[in-house]
Every structure is written in structure tokens, then in C-alpha cells.
Write a protein that binds this ligand. Sequence first.
Ligand code: SF4
Length: 335
Amino acid sequence: MSALLEVDQLAVQLPIGQRLRPVLHDVSFTLARGEVLAVVGESGSGKSMTARAIVRLLPPGAASSGRVTFDGTDVGSATRAQLRELRARRVGMIFQDPRAAINPIHRIGDFLTEALVRDRRMRKAEAHERAVAVLGEVGIDDPGRRLRQHPHELSGGMLQRVMIASVLLAEPDLILADEPTTALDVTTQAEVVAVLGDLRRERAMAMVFITHDLELAAAISDRVAVMYAGYLVETLPAAQALERPIHPYTEALLRSRPELSRRMAAIPQIPGRPLAAHEATGGCPFQPRCSYAIERCAAERPEPVRLGGESVMCHRAQERRAAGSAPVGEGTLVR
Ligand code: SF4
């Protein structure tokens, strides 16, 4: 079966100071229909830039290379009309801060029904009926009243549910969810993730879910992609992400999370600081922080290696796979 989304050697540069600097290096992955890929990494690792590049929503002055193909269409050479269709109908976007994405002077009802009336030529009454039904599905009570309210009258959690409702109304093939729960409290986060996961699954929509939380990534996805300094350093099945990741950075991320089931004197930290994508020149971008580094790592950038269903950008990937990389909770990785 052909992939819904193919990202091949995608690279992006942004104007920073007087120069164009890389923010994304040769990112490649595919996504099947109905599949969920979670993209994990620290701030500045290139997660959001990857999502924006998929729909050509890059900042002014950005330069990009590589190829993004959505359902057979080359997004890079798409016309303005094709791009509009792509963003309005085929790919739905959910952002971190719903208040920034919803016009504060319009009622919730106008926000939800505008595209149905304008693009789908739906009658207003029918669009209103659909909006009421979908608001109910995302768990908003008294949806008829909510449609008459303005964004400032709703909590952050309710507004994010409204964003999810707007995406479901468009019935896209792909959802790009960029840290959709980061601005919410923990209880609301769990509720919003559950609603998004259930309704997406019912409609067999594919999703790219961006988060900095590896545990959440593994829980919501089929596969996890780990980014570091603008590189995609590991892609692996979600079930394996919390068990035996191969890339030392993924393993270090796992070790540095707090766990109720483990007694810890202190939460281990990854030494050093994350590199910006433009600082990652020469060898492996994780080399300055990696306890497994060998001489070759500083001199030569590793190419991604395919190991069964995984892709790992590490010189020692084969060796670590053969040794059954240390299960989390054993051994010492972090210096
Ligand atoms: Fe560590 Fe070397 Fe692998 Fe980079 S290539 S992650 S430095 S072992």
C-alpha cells in the first residue's frame, strides 16, 4: 500500500542574523493511512519545523530542499489552489495554544461553521447542526450555548477541544498536532489526548503528534521518531520506545524521566546542553553528550541505518542492537 505521506531528505534553513542557517537536516520518514507517528525531542530539535514544512507553512525567508509527497502530490511544487485545498480539507492542524489559532472576536459557532459554509457549500443550519454534534463528541456540554460564546469565555482545555472539533469537521486524512496539550493542566491533558486518540481512531485519520514527552508519545502512537539538533536520530515502534531503544539519546531521554516505581536519589540528567541545528557540524550531533562515543563519532556523521522496523542514526547501532541495548533501569549511560 502506498504511503499517505512521504518525507524525503527534507532540509530547512532560516535567515538568522545575516545568514541562512540550518534548522532541519535531511529528515526522511513515511506515514501510512490511519497511522500515528509521534515526534519527540527537546525544544529547538526541529519537531515543529518538520510539521510546518509538510504543509509549506515556513517563516518568511526560509529555504528548503528535499521532497514532501502527500497522497501522490508533490507539496513543494503545489499551486496556491492545491495548497489551500491541502490545508483546508486534507490536513488538519492543532497547535499548542488554541487562543492563538481562534479569532477572539468571533463566536465559537462562526469559527466552527465558516469553512463548512464557505468551502463545502453547506447550508448554515446544517453546518450548525454538524458543529453541535461534533462538540458533543469531543466532550463539551451544552454545545448549543458554547457556539454562541466567544473564546475568552472558555477554558484552555475547552478551547483545545474546540480546535479538535474544527479538525474533525474538516474530515482530513492527516492531523498535525503540535504539542496540543502542553499548555493544559495534567488532568485536562489526559482528557484531551484521550478524546483526540479515540475520535481519530474511529475516523481512521493518520496523525503526526509532536511532543517532548516520550511516555505520552509511546502511548498515543504506532511509531516514535526522535529528533535531536535538527536530525531524525531514531524511528522505532512505539512499544519498543519505552523498552529497548537503540540510539543513546533516546535511551538517555528515558533514563532522565522521573518514575514512581523506582527509588532515585536524583533524576539523572543528560550532561551538557542540546545543540542548535546550525551548531551540529562535522560528526554525530549527540557526540558531546554521549557516553558511548568513540573516536569516529567526532569526525564522521553517522548515516541512518535500517535495523528491521527501525532506523537509527548511530555508528554503534548494529553493535548496540546485537548487544540488546541496556534495558532502562540498568547499566550506566548518563555521566
Ligand atoms: Fe553516540 Fe557515536 Fe552513536 Fe553518536 S554515533 S550516538 S556519539 S555512539
